[in-house]
Design a protein around this ligand. Sequence first.
Ligand code: P6P
Length: 339
Amino acid sequence: MAIGTTITQHILSQQRENPEATGAFTLLMHELIVAAKVISKEVNKAGLADILGATGETNIQDENVQKLDVYANRIIIERMQHIGQLCCMGSEEVADLIDIPAKFPKGNYILLFDPLDGSSNIDVNISIGTIFGIYRKKSDETDINFLLNEVLQPGYEQVAAGYFLYGSSTMMVYTTGKGVHGFTLYPSVGEFLLSHENIRIPERGKTYSVNESNYQYWDDNTKALVDYYKTKDKKTGRSFTSRYVGSLVADFHRNLLKGGIFLYPADNKDPKKPTGKLRLMVEANPLAMVVEQAGGYASDGKGPILKIQPKDLHQRVPLFIGSKEDVKIAERFLRGERE
Ligand code: P6P
């Protein structure tokens, strides 16, 4: 049975296109994929855990269900730390940079990831995802105490980025700067097979994704933008449809394939999070690289996400991401202009 192009084949072909590639990147991606397969198996069992729990089985599974993001974090760290290609890692789940144990060789890549984004949706069987971004270290520093500056690079410095989506099927979407490609996990073969070659996001969409319960906490320009989406206007094909899953990867992926804009604006709901809830390094930057490689755009409301000079590993940023025209309109509204 012909199974088409596997992810390993695809990464190798991309690697062959850049002469200085040493195979290190291919090895790194391969191990990340193994981690995702393990996480996918556990996530898909999560629903089952509830049934097992009802039979008085030990609640270990239940533990996993509640703590799957901790589990996913551990799996990625365990799988990635031994390959000898990383100088350190950064995880949404871990306050500080993660060092590579002394018994393993270090490499020049930096892996930043959100191990299981949207994990509050696991026990209601809504799609969740793993998001990753990969950078190259620029100096020959290896001491974890001096690597933070190596990590805090703007998003346009990413050499690769993407996500795994654990949904009705398990998908991997990634870019190395040569377009965006989607793969679907074929469970009986255990391989990710090419299913969406060279994904392009429509210039404009008809969908907006935002948590409208935050309306009261937005500034007037943000309120005007969301009112604009909801106003009927034949010429611009409005009003938009509202679609909000509450899982960033699921909302982003739908808009990537069909067009539309996802927004998590700044709000004054929580004084500790004045710039919204989403993280620059492990959510906004990776998805911004993917969407720009697919012909879309990602902004913090003022300018490109990818150009932001990070100050902190866990800094939060407002996010407007999706179809280029829709995000440009959002920037104009945020500047006080009106369409
Ligand atoms: P809210 C999930 O917790 C998450 O980090 C993203 O996956 C999702 O887009 C967002 O938060 C949802 O946040 O405030 O709308 O519930």
